[in-house]
Design a protein around this ligand. Sequence first.
Ligand code: A2P
Length: 283
Amino acid sequence: MVSMTPAPTLTLNDGTEIPQIGLGTWQLTGEEGYRVIREALSLGYRHLDTASAYGNEEIVGRAVRDAVAAGEVTRGELFITTKAWQDEQGAEATPDAFRRSLDRLGLDYVDLYLVHWPHERQGRYVEAFEAIARLQGLGLVQSVGVANFYESVLREVAGEVGVVPATNQVELHPGFSQAALREVHAELGVTTVAWSPLGRGEVLAHRELDRVAREVGATPAQVALRWAMSLGCVVIPKSARSVRLSQNLAAAGVRLTREQILAISALDDAEGSGRIFEDPRRF
Ligand code: A2P
């Protein structure tokens, strides 16, 4: 099914609206990546998530500029996120890195700029977030946030900088629902953005997802995405395939009951060890 309906939006703590489904672009590179991003835009994606570390800001920017030039979408309808890597953290390093990102994207502003990982050992995440908040003052960044922050560093940046990050983008998928961190987000007014909401495709074979998918006439991937959206999260699944791009965007139309949502949340194990990727405390 091809969906031309853009995803619903959530309102961030600064009043900005963010499309609740975006395209994760990690590993989308080169001409093939460009083609996928253009296709996503033509299918109705209005939110693209990139990072300096992904090495694809040029093709993301080119896809956006070409789609705008072709009259498919306006820049104002799009929500574009990029991120500062560990070696781009610091009072001067972060604004410098931001300008390089903006240059590679070929855009006048980004909608959301994030500290990509806290990297606590390096100890520059507060400076980096403060620098991003200053860029917001200059009108170069619409919203400011972090990624992969755990409770202690999240509270620290909010307290030290005096700006609550609009989003915290973290690993979140069936089997790893981040219940405790989401409570902290709710308390502070931070929107949770779920990266790898399909658990890299690895969690989709779970029996419970399959059961719910059959009950509601959707795919397991759509159930996983809709479940995270029901918890109040923004989701940024990555796919390089047309059919999946469409299916993932159409997850917004899937309806889950409270019982189905709770059943998927119950896939977390007691130790909270359902993480697939690195623990940000150590990364
Ligand atoms: P592909 O790019 O070949 O579609 P995540 O965003 O959670 O990291 O998941 C991305 C992985 O899940 C990729 O390997 C992607 O493969 C796969 N994937 C994306 N969408 C779907 C879908 N609707 N059904 C099954 N697998 C999917």
